[in-house]
Design a protein around this ligand. Structure first.
Ligand SMILES: Nc1ncnc2c1ncn2[C@@H]1O[C@H](COP(=O)(O)OP(=O)(O)O)[C@@H](O)[C@H]1O
Ligand SMILES: O=C(CO)[C@H](O)[C@H](O)COP(=O)(O)O
Length: 550
């Protein structure tokens, strides 16, 4: 609960991640005064189908919102901002949930961002070579909305497609639910729906891919009113939503952001003076925000559009107004680490030992690695164990959803040492993936000197140090660990009118906490491991070609 005598303005930030909903009460300096989280349901009815429920997510938003404002003078709450994963929410003409599954379960009305059911649809979309594809790195991802819409039309015509009245990106669903305003955020439409900030919708694209029905009703189902993130929506929070969320009716509600973009706003504008960072004397375009949760997203901005093959964008004003955004990404990172650790034979032993020590399994593994490394740097434990991390395809920069994971260097052991080293090799592989994305961005014209990390994985010191060592760049961590929520609160603060612009709010509300520098003495070792890393994918492609041949 806030204290002190100074009158303060508060904003509520709400972050809907893949695994949970988080809320925070944040003041105008970006300080978090209260935090709450609540897990959300996910269904995987078949391989590569991932679904959620918009009612379940809204209910979780209500729980966390009520928690963070407990005991607070509600008159001091001035704005509310949402961010969420870019999942597809489907509602009928009366705004009721529609099933996105063959079972007809209308509770499950969200196709999640990581759902890969629309493989055939995205192939056909990419075969059109339509000019909008230039603005998604040259290749549309199966994780974007157009292939998912086409899948619904081709597979659930009667139960879903013909009845649908509204297709929302999850961040826009939440702002609609709070205000009754169906306007979409420029962020979601530009990044996931092929909308152009300058030219609007391109009718020829939708007609060419077989979704002409969306054009004929003037795009009302997917959005024909578009607002910049942070703009105030309608008359603010409706009385009904205010009751649900435990917030005052009428407070400003902002046009929202995708979660990675909120993380970007929460970290990228911080004042870095006095930390010995190269980016202190450089423009903000030298900073790369890396938001690491279930997936990792690499957000780089530029004054002019930069076309990076295999990296999404360039998107104008989709994150920081007036700047172009390129978004590199790894579809699974936190989820991959969890998968490798939880699937290992020694996981029950790890869990028991971590619980006995009152630690998370990751804190336990990190200290176990410190024990077994002896005199050498911890990263050197993987000299003969290498991982290629694309267990769910490659989002960037290879943009190849057929790629699979690889591990080389396995032994006939399944003990805790073995698990810890496999975990380390997985963390390193994710950092090598980031290095590959940065190299692609730099060869296209970006110049990046500093990483700003946030998201759940940034709480893992090993993950952070490996990103510094393997990219050779310093990593800035924010003062507030929950920086994505600071980004959501920046939106609420802008909508309230307390700040004149997103830039002003993010500069005042994001703050540097800690800087982790790379261990340059280990560079030669990581350069060699990177060479092996690149060989892994080359070999994987060779194997595929051999198996395809006669
Ligand atoms: N304290 C921690 N130490 C290590 N890993 C963590 C910690 N907290 C969260 N994680 C990892 O971060 C990932 C989830 O991050 P989060 O930002 O909550 O995801 P999302 O936004 O996708 O729901 C998980 O894979 C989890 O294992
Ligand atoms: O595509 C994305 C952003 O454009 C994200 O990967 C997606 O929204 C999921 O985020 P998270 O890993 O934080 O749950």
């Amino acid at each position: 609960m806030p204290g002190g005598n100074e009158p303060r303005s508060y904003y509520v930030g709400m972050d809907v991640g893949t695994g949970s909903v988080r809320a925070a009460l944040v003041d105008q300096r970006g300080t978090l005064l209260a935090f709450a989280d609540q897990p959300i349901n996910q269904w995987e009815p078949q391989f590569n189908h991932h679904e959620q429920s918009s009612e379940d997510i809204w209910a979780a938003c209500c729980v966390v919102s009520k928690k963070v404002v407990q005991g607070v003078n509600l008159h001091q709450i001035r704005g509310l901002g949402f961010d969420a994963t870019c999942s597809l929410v489907v509602l009928d003409k009366q705004f009721r949930p529609l099933p996105v599954n063959h079972e007809g379960d209308s509770r499950r009305n969200i196709i999640m961002w990581l759902d890969h059911r629309a493989v055939s649809q995205v192939h056909r979309i990419n075969e059109t070579k339509h000019s909008v594809l230039q603005y998604v790195g040259g290749v549309m991802s199966v994780e974007m909305q157009a292939p998912k819409l086409l899948w619904l039309k081709e597979n659930l015509r009667e139960t879903c497609w013909d009845k649908a009245g509204h297709f929302f990106d999850l961040p826009d669903f939440l702002s609609w639910k709070a205000t009754g305003v169906t306007a979409r955020s420029l962020c979601s439409l530009v990044c996931k729906w092929t909308y152009s900030a300058e030219k609007g919708w391109d009718d020829s694209f939708w007609k060419m891919v077989g979704l002409e029905d969306l054009v004929t009703d003037n795009y009302s189902k997917i959005g024909n009113q578009v607002l910049p993130p942070g703009a105030s929506l309608g008359s603010g929070l409706t009385p009904e939503a205010a009751k649900d969320l435990g917030l005052p009716p009428g407070i400003a509600v902002a046009a929202s952001l995708i979660d990675a973009h909120a993380g970007g706003l929460g970290v990228i504008g911080a004042d870095v003076k006095g930390h010995g960072l190269a980016c202190e004397g450089q423009p903000v375009t030298s900073r790369l925000a890396v938001i690491c949760g279930t997936s990792s997203c690499h957000m780089g901005i530029s004054k002019n559009p930069i076309f990076v093959p295999g990296v999404w964008g360039p998107y104008f004003s989709a994150m920081v107004p007036g700047f172009w955004l390129n978004e590199g990404g790894q579809s699974i990172t936190g989820k991959l680490i969890d998968h490798m650790v939880q699937g290992h034979a020694a996981f029950p032993e790890l869990q028991a030992k971590a619980t006995a020590r009152g630690q998370s399994v990751y804190a336990y593994l990190n200290s176990h690695l410190d024990l077994i490394k002896k005199a050498q740097p911890v990263g050197f434990l993987t000299v003969d164990l290498h991982v290629w991390p694309d267990f769910h395809g490659n989002r960037s920069p290879l943009a190849d959803l057929t790629l699979k994971g690889m591990v080389t260097g396995l032994k006939l052991s399944q003990d805790l040492d073995d698990l810890a080293i496999l975990y380390l090799a997985t963390v390193q592989a994710i950092a090598f993936g980031t290095r590959l994305i940065i190299e692609a961005m730099e060869s296209a014209g970006h110049s990046i000197s500093t990483l700003f990390l946030c998201g759940g994985l940034s709480k893992n010191p090993l993950f952070v140090q490996m990103h510094a060592d393997i990219t050779g760049l310093p990593v800035v961590l924010s003062q507030e660990v929950e920086s994505v929520l600071v980004g959501a609160a920046v939106l609420g603060a802008c909508a309230s009118g307390d700040f004149a612009s997103v830039q002003e709010a993010m500069a005042k509300m994001s703050k540097v906490g800690k800087v982790v520098f790379p261990r340059h003495e280990d560079k030669r070792y990581y350069d060699k491991k990177y060479q092996v890393f690149l060989k892994l994918v080359e070999h994987q492609k060779e194997y595929a070609a051999i198996m395809k041949g006669d």
